[in-house]
Design a protein around this ligand. Structure first.
Ligand code: GLN
Length: 274
């Protein structure tokens, strides 16, 4: 018999070449098989026999498949979210947007999330804004289903509505009304960017790439924002680390003042337009 602890050690070695977090990955996959949290696993299960399915999960990870797609869950802003290959995996960096939004608009009543994916940004904000109602828009029906399941799982179904829409199509925002807070993590990666295999080969390209300079979606969206915003509203956009100047210029051309927020690594990450 090999124990869970021994299997994790061997798996961490197997994954060392493809992951900077090989040991953590192995622990998360083992915790998933036991149906417990990682801390519970480490406290109580390391001496138990390794479950038979573990090797197969490690082989999937060894092809660079992200841990979150194997387990089907990713934590974001303290919330357990369902994810699938139809949605981008919510990044810790994007928590910068939630913090900026809650700081700028703690009294928001209507919230819009453009390109909602798993619903991560909208649901994290709604979980902290007692009375707010939110709408999440995505062009992917498969993503909308995940977002709705997340709202239900978090008890936020009464506050959150998820609708199909594509900001490249005329009339997509008809009837939405206006909002106090607009959130958006659009695709913003340059078409020829060198992404990690676990991103490039597994995450939805429609959620990542936005033309040669990564700015295509901002060019289309930013001029449409004002019509969706109430008088004192703000829009919080995620940006790539080198895009602050270019996106600020697009915002200024549309009549917005901007404020930059950095992520925990000190990179430009969120731009607040008001
Ligand atoms: N931050 C993501 C990445 O670098 C990109 C997310 C996006 O394009 N919205 O993989």
């Amino acid at each position: 018999m090999i124990t869970a602890g021994e299997a994790i050690r061997a798996a961490a070695e197997r994954l060392a070449g493809i992951s900077d977090t090989a040991r953590l990955d192995a622990e998360l996959l083992m915790a998933h098989l036991f149906g417990v949290s990682r801390s519970e696993l480490l406290l109580r299960h390391l001496r138990a026999p390794a479950p038979p399915g573990f090797a197969a999960l490690i082989e999937r990870r060894a092809t660079c498949e992200p841990v979150a797609y194997i387990t089907g869950v990713q934590e974001f802003y303290g919330l357990p979210l369902i994810v699938s290959p139809a949605t981008l995996i919510p990044r810790g960096d994007s928590e910068t947007l939630v913090e900026a939004a809650l700081k700028c608009k703690p009294d928001a009543l209507r919230v819009l999330d453009l390109g909602t994916g798993s619903g991560a940004l909208l649901l994290a904000v709604l979980a902290h804004l007692g009375k707010a109602q939110g709408i999440g828009i995505d062009r992917s029906e498969a993503a909308l289903e995940i977002a709705r399941a997340n709202a239900a799982g978090l008890g936020l179904r009464p506050q959150a509505q998820f609708l199909a829409g594509d900001w490249h199509a005329a009339g997509w925002s008809d009837g939405l009304g206006t909002f106090d807070l607009v959130l958006c993590n659009p695709p913003y990666v340059e078409a020829d960017a060198a992404l990690d295999a676990q991103v490039r080969d597994f995450e939805p390209h429609s959620a990542l790439f936005a033309g040669p300079d990564g700015l295509d979606d901002y060019r289309v969206l930013i001029p449409q924002l004002r019509a969706l915003m109430n008088q004192a509203a703000v829009a919080v956009l995620e940006i790539g680390a080198n895009q602050a100047d270019a996106v600020s210029a697009l915002a200024a051309a549309a009549g917005f003042a901007t404020r930059l927020h950095r992520d925990l690594a000190g990179r430009a990450r969120a731009l607040v337009l008001g």
